[in-house]
Design a protein around this ligand. Sequence first.
Ligand code: AMP
Length: 420
Amino acid sequence: MTFRSIRGTKDILPAETARWQFVESTIRTVFHRFNYKEIRTPIFEQTSLFARSIGELTDIVGKEMYTFTDRSDDSLTLRPEGTASVIRAYIQNNLGEAQPLVKVYYIGPMFRQERPQAGRLRQFHQFGAEAIGSPQPEVDAEIIAMTIQIYRELSLTEFSLKINSVGCEKCRPHYKEVLRSELRKIASQLSPDSQRRIEENPMRVLDSKDENDQKATASMPLITEHLCPECSQHFDDVKKYLKNLGIPFLVDGRLVRGLDYYTKTAFELTSTALGSQDALAGGGRYDLLTRELGGKETPGVGFAAGVERLMMVLDKKGMTREVDIKPTLFIAAADEASRDWTITAITNLRAKGIAAESDSLRRSLKAQMREADRQQAAYVIVVGQHELETGKASMKNMRTGQQQEVVLNDIAAHFPTSGT
Ligand code: AMP
């Protein structure tokens, strides 16, 4: 019997991980620069956490979650996104007590049972951040600016930013009623999905990807015309800050995004370098979420972005910069005694912080030299009977071809060390 990975999951192979590490370290650098600290939450949670936060009627909760019952009959779910877990951890650990504004980020796998296609996986990776504790629009702008800075840092500039305000408890219910009654009038022209959503979540109808739906709803009232003064002011301020920061954006009154917890600002970043799944990142404000999950009412704003989608764009652009792992020194051994010496020598060198390697397949000297070449070792030493007797060997710089004599007991002196 042979085993294969689960549909919609992917191995990230050794040849790719160096690029992942480079991208992840760039992401972390930007987060740290903006003073966000990492948070790591479990990858599974009580199912009700996600149902409560993301919303029972969303696609994610309704049909995409990996939910299972464990041996204690508890319903658990592999996290489909990061915000719900972060807010749960924020409440549970009283993170707000130590400081009024908590700024955290995460990078890790998420799980959704969607139909796999290019850029859409069932286990994928997101990086994201949450700023919990401030209702102010400058934090919305900071989250957007930070998202964009990550892409810029990786030399990606071809994306577009759409923003909207989805209102709040005060103005959204009224707008939804206005929209619902208008949508009912054109219901017969809409797709079955959109017809169902008229009653469940009318704002999602405007966000439909179906072309007919888009045509039929072209003249529907938009939330941006129905915001209360507070939401309207907040939205104006976010736009002002984005302008001040020189960040181009488009206001899209139809943007709602597939998670129910947003209030006020919602945004999405798309890239034309991607196919039909063109969303790079999305986010927004969620001032009611903490209360909804049983905590004290605390405003928050955040974003999440797909790592695989970012990788796809980097691939398209031919980005090859990476931190590859290569040995600094390869020691080739000519006989058994030299091999015994080499095993001890590379272990001691590694303890001193030097990336040293040797051949563990007991191959011929010629094959060992080929291996050192293949691994792009920076320096090579060949050790045989003569070297062991004299305690000296010749070390070759593989880039320049230059040779220099080294004392076998003191190889480390030739390298900058980072260990003890
Ligand atoms: P969301 O949590 O749905 O707002 O998604 C945020 C970002 O995660 C999207 O913009 C995508 O880049 C990425 N993403 C969401 N779902 C998937 C998926 N099934 N496969 C790969 N990336 C995804």
